[in-house]
Design a protein around this ligand. Structure first.
Ligand SMILES: Cc1cc2nc3c(=O)[nH]c(=O)nc-3n(C[C@H](O)[C@H](O)[C@H](O)COP(=O)(O)OP(=O)(O)OC[C@H]3O[C@@H](n4cnc5c(N)ncnc54)[C@H](O)[C@@H]3O)c2cc1C
Length: 533
């Protein structure tokens, strides 16, 4: 076996802005065309975030802080306001609205930064002993309240920040697997793997900040998952620190050794344990990447073409389809929002791999899509999408700044249920948000049996924008449940989706989750209130 051990990222990545998405250096005002469109549709309001906010004082007893410092070193136990603010909640629109209005009630009492599995385990033992709640923190990109744990009844609440655990621990070039620490962000993991000629191929829109541990803990799905697979499909092994001890899983490519316990921890959102290492299947770096655009007369026709490809086993690496409204405002290309659109629906397809394989797949897909009525638009729209694929979240902040409420939500269903799901969610959002609400949708992930729908919503922000959004989100969630679709295809459950989880998995399903939680975390210190119904 060809092994590489203990590689760490070459450069330090920036921290995100506490009340915005992403790199503070990349904050930009709305492009002119988008600003014009917003002004015309909603009018512009100046809604800046509060400049000065107060972080509640840490309530952790000084003797407990001293014990933590003894375990990790005092440099890795942080109580300053700025650090605690950066570890308060995630990056959903409600999270940002709360930060922007100065609501920091969920700030942790301390941020602790263990450097390895043993130190994570030591913090958990300490937390059990003193009944302190622990919130595992990866990239902080949760959009479902996964970092908003309950603190009542606990002696304090700490953010267990995995930022120091960033090593590529092992590469097996023969088996094509790599073992990564949980705190590696997407670009850091890809850079370490690229140095080995490898890639993971996991590109969620939050790629630039989300982490390997977070991907596993939320069962994330990326923009190239049609080709590379969802993150849970990439995981072959896990190491987890729980309050009851260590669990280490994944000793073979496949097995029949009872139920697959890896699946218990994939998607467990920090409620069962802290994932301290993830072994993933890797691929060789693609020699070629080609993205292109297709035009469809309607969403229905484009969706039917996607289904045909999926059911023929012919999916490209990337495939997504915007509905008529999303196409009309060019959401797939944020820099061109407001520019004229040709109507119909835009599909993006992408191919990654060796040139011969790319050429063969592209020719086969092209023949199917053209045969079904798609019009090829060439590489330009595809390249533009690829270039701007991580920019849309910055746009949300710019919209909030000018008084537009903007948020996204996602779900998935079988093909036979997609029309009802689309109509149900769109109708619920429009009814709740009232006249003038814009509801856009695209198919973000495609399977043989169904697909996921990803909605983007915009409406003029009310004075109480949070109070405006929460009922709309609840109405959409009710509509999802009513048609029997999933409450989440890839954003996970957190606290926001928890009220709808039991309807999806049943009372007995919920009771299984509670039983596992009670066994692994009997005093309930891990992410209290998150995930478990
Ligand atoms: C703008 C934007 C775009 C997004 N796009 C996508 C997308 O395309 N696809 C997608 O799947 N998701 C997307 N998300 C959601 C989010 O990025 C994912 O859920 C991601 O996997 C979270 O990773 P993270 O490292 O940021 O985890 P965090 O947000 O830090 O944590 C998420 C949850 O997992 C727990 N957790 C984190 N690390 C560990 C660990 N090591 N062990 C145990 N528990 C842990 C946390 O306690 C929390 O409950 C998006 C979010 C934003 C803000």
């Amino acid at each position: 076996m060809d092994q590489t051990t203990s590689q760490t990222p070459a450069t330090e990545q920036t921290e995100m802005h506490p009340s915005r998405w992403g790199d503070p250096e990349r904050v930009t005002p709305l492009p002119d065309a988008a600003r014009g469109l917003i002004e015309m549709v909603f009018g512009l309001q100046d809604r800046p975030a509060l400049a000065e906010v107060t972080v509640p004082a840490s309530g952790l007893d000084s003797a407990l802080v001293a014990e933590l410092a003894g375990l990790l070193g005092s440099d890795h136990v942080l109580l300053d306001d700025a650090t605690r603010r950066l570890r308060t909640r995630g990056k959903s629109t409600p999270d940002l609205l709360r930060q922007r209005s100065g609501d920091l009630d969920d700030a942790p009492d301390a941020v602790v930064r263990p450097g390895n599995h043993e130190e994570v385990a030591a913090v958990l033992t300490w937390a059990v002993q003193h009944h302190v709640a622990v919130v595992p923190f990866g990239g902080g990109t949760s959009v479902t309240g996964g970092l908003v744990a309950r603190r009542d009844g606990f002696a304090g609440l700490i953010s267990l920040d995995l930022i120091r655990m960033k090593r590529l621990l092992e590469v097996d070039h023969t088996s094509m697997t790599a073992t990564l620490e949980p705190g590696l962000r997407g670009p850091e993991a890809e850079a370490l793997l690229a140095a080995e000629g490898l890639t993971l191929g996991h590109y969620p829109q939050s790629f630039e900040y989300a982490t390997i541990g977070g991907f596993a803990a939320t069962r994330s799905s990326g923009q190239s998952s049609a080709g590379y697979g969802r993150f849970d499909a990439l995981v072959v092994g896990l190491r987890v620190a729980t309050p009851r001890g260590e669990v280490s899983l994944g000793s073979s490519p496949a097995n029949a050794a009872g139920p697959d316990l890896r699946q218990l921890f994939l998607g467990s959102e920090g409620a069962f344990g802290v994932i301290t290492a993830v072994t993933v299947r890797v691929r060789r770096l693609p020699a070629q990447k080609i993205y292109e655009g297709w035009h469809w007369a309607s969403f229905v026709e484009g969706a039917a073409a996607m289904r045909t490809l999926a059911q023929a086993g012919m999916l490209p690496t990337v495939i997504r389809l915007s509905d008529e409204s999303e196409t009309a405002i060019n959401l797939a290309r944020p820099s061109e929002i407001g520019a004229e659109s040709s109507g119909g629906c835009m599909m993006i397809t992408g191919y990654e791999g060796e040139p011969e394989a790319v050429a063969a797949k592209r020719a086969a897909v092209t023949s199917v899509l053209a045969g079904l009525g798609g019009k090829p638009l060439g590489e330009e729209p595809g390249q533009a999408w690829a270039h701007g694929r991580f920019d849309a979240p910055y746009l949300r902040d710019s919209l909030l700044d000018v008084g537009v409420l903007a948020e996204t939500l996602e779900t998935a269903a079988f093909w036979s249920n997609i029309d009802d799901l689309y109509a149900g969610v769109k109708g619920a959002l429009e009814a709740s948000l009232g006249d003038g609400a814009i509801v856009l949708c695209h198919i973000s992930h495609v399977y043989e049996t169904g697909c996921s729908l990803y909605f983007t919503v915009a409406q003029k922000a009310a004075e109480d924008a949070l109070g405006q959004w929460l009922p709309a989100k609840a109405a959409a969630s009710d509509a999802i449940t009513k048609v029997g679709a999933t409450i989440t295809h890839h954003h996970a459950v957190g606290t926001d989706h928890k009220p709808w989880l039991t309807a999806e998995i049943g009372e007995l399903g919920a009771s299984i989750l509670r039983a596992v939680k009670a066994d692994l975390d009997p005093t309930g210190i891990l992410n209290p209130g998150v995930l478990i119904p």
